[in-house]
Design a protein around this ligand. Structure first.
Ligand code: AMP
Length: 138
């Protein structure tokens, strides 16, 4: 475990409050304090890891196991039909809290929710790149 405490450690320990929506042995989910839309939920592992690539299989599985259920709950509670899952890694990638967290962000017709700039490029070296990534998997 790294030593860099974040505000999410304080939430996990109960030092600061949150609006909790779910908890189990591996995972805590609570309302985002600055929601992009109504029902914006954060899902965090109890394990302290700054980035997704540092997370244990066990914690990752814990998050994956509960995500669909949480998405269904957000949909039911807010009436949203659409939503984004977002998970930022690194300050240039818009990460502000360095403890892994998955955002569930409802998308409503009023324009609230996640704004996206998506600028597709060309896939030139797909075969080489796919092999390089495949070979790098531990
Ligand atoms: P990110 O940019 O992916 O690191 O997002 C961090 C998120 O944490 C932001 O959406 C913040 O609004 C949220 N956040 C920060 N502090 C708290 C807090 N005390 N309770 C709930 N959400 C928080």
């Amino acid at each position: 475990m790294n030593d860099d405490r974040t505000i999410f450690d304080s939430i996990l320990s109960g030092e600061i409050p949150c609006h909790r929506v779910y908890e189990d042995d591996h995972v805590l989910a609570f309302l985002d304090i600055g929601p992009l839309s109504r029902g914006h939920v954060l899902v965090i592992p109890k394990e302290r890891a700054a980035y997704m690539h540092e997370l244990s299989d066990e914690s990752a599985a814990g998050i994956g196991r509960v995500l669909p259920r949480l998405c269904r709950a957000v949909m039911k509670a807010t009436g949203c039909e659409h939503y984004n899952l977002l998970q930022n890694n690194g300050a240039p990638a818009h990460q502000a809290v360095f403890h892994v967290h998955m955002h569930i962000i409802p998308k409503f017709n009023d324009g609230s929710g996640l704004g996206l700039k998506w600028s597709p490029g060309q896939l030139g070296d797909g075969e080489t790149l796919a092999s390089a990534i495949a070979d790098a998997i531990e």
